[in-house]
Design a protein around this ligand. Structure first.
Ligand SMILES: C[S@@+](CC[C@H](N)C(=O)[O-])C[C@H]1O[C@@H](n2cnc3c(N)ncnc32)[C@H](O)[C@@H]1O
Length: 273
């Protein structure tokens, strides 16, 4: 059920100048939803006064408290002239299990990319250009792996830290604010996630595929796994495929693993030679 009739929403969305307001309106609705679901748990507490189900309640009620902290970060982000605004000043990534609003829903991507098949408990996972780091955070939450996320945007990194705290997995998650170009970890990783970050719209990372892949190989153990998601405009680009093919000196892979995002992107699973 839509909040407004479909034909009105489509007419508003057809004009791109309305998108920022539409996105902020959607974020506000999400906030109201979190408030209402917190209230629903508080209500139950009053009718079962003798039952202690604070743990279950806390999980839902604290989502609203988390949102208040996220809002404070977003306020600083929106006011920061240095920070590129990917989604009109809202996070590029959303996180369903914590109620965090964003453009691309991490929970869906985690399942769609079948990440459980490639990440196991105890693995060291690096998520580069991780935005809020929600993919690595979900990986830790669901598999027990150790996740390190790095992103140039300190505000998104801060939101990632808040989410890890909320999910009580801060001990498994390390979020770093910084440039990928300056990141030289001492110990190589079991798995590296390179999702929509081999070049970036904000122009803070513009390298050739060859250079990017060489950097990714440097972060991985021999036999480690690179999970690589393309941008939409790489799909069907012969030059991109040729550059990818040339990385077979560094990685073994049998072509495309699967198409994602309604067939607008591609996912590759590559083994470090
Ligand atoms: C298109 S978003 C992809 C985010 C995430 N990987 C995903 O797929 O959800 C690109 C991200 O790269 C980050 N970024 C851009 N240049 C960077 C750099 N030089 N070092 C680290 N992160 C960078 C941006 O801040 C942004 O969060």
């Amino acid at each position: 059920m839509n909040i407004l009739p479909d034909f009105i929403l489509r007419r508003v969305a057809a004009n791109r100048t309305h998108w920022p307001r539409l996105v902020h309106f959607a974020a506000r609705i999400n906030r109201i939803g979190l408030y209402l679901s917190a209230q629903s748990r508080i209500l139950l507490k009053t009718i079962y006064p003798d039952t202690d189900f604070s743990a279950g309640n806390d999980f839902v009620v604290s989502q609203y408290a988390l949102q208040a902290k996220v809002d404070a970060v977003l306020k600083r982000y929106q006011a920061d002239p240095e920070a590129y605004k990917y989604f009109f000043g809202q996070p590029y990534q959303g996180l369903g299990i914590a109620g965090i609003f964003g453009d691309r829903i991490s929970d869906y991507r985690f399942d769609d990319y079948e990440l459980r098949r490639f990440i196991k408990e105890g693995d060291r996972v690096l998520d580069i250009g991780c935005n809020c780091g929600f993919i690595g955070i979900l990986a830790s939450y669901r598999t027990g792996c150790h996740a390190t996320g790095i992103d140039i945007n300190p505000h998104m990194v801060e939101i990632g830290k808040l989410a890890a705290e909320h999910l009580r997995i801060s001990h498994l998650v390390e979020m770093k604010a910084g440039r990928l170009q300056d990141y030289n970890p001492e110990t190589p990783f079991d798995v590296v996630l390179s999702f929509a970050t081999h070049w970036t719209d904000d122009n803070n990372y513009r390298v050739s595929i060859e250079d990017h892949m060489a950097r990714m190989a440097g972060y991985l153990k021999k036999g480690g796994t690179l999970i690589f998601e393309t941008h939409c405009n790489d799909v069907g680009n012969a030059e991109f495929y040729a550059a990818l093919e040339a990385t077979k000196t560094l990685f073994s892979f049998d072509g495309l693993y699967k198409q994602t995002d309604s067939k607008t992107r591609e996912l590759y699973i590559m083994k470090r030679n």
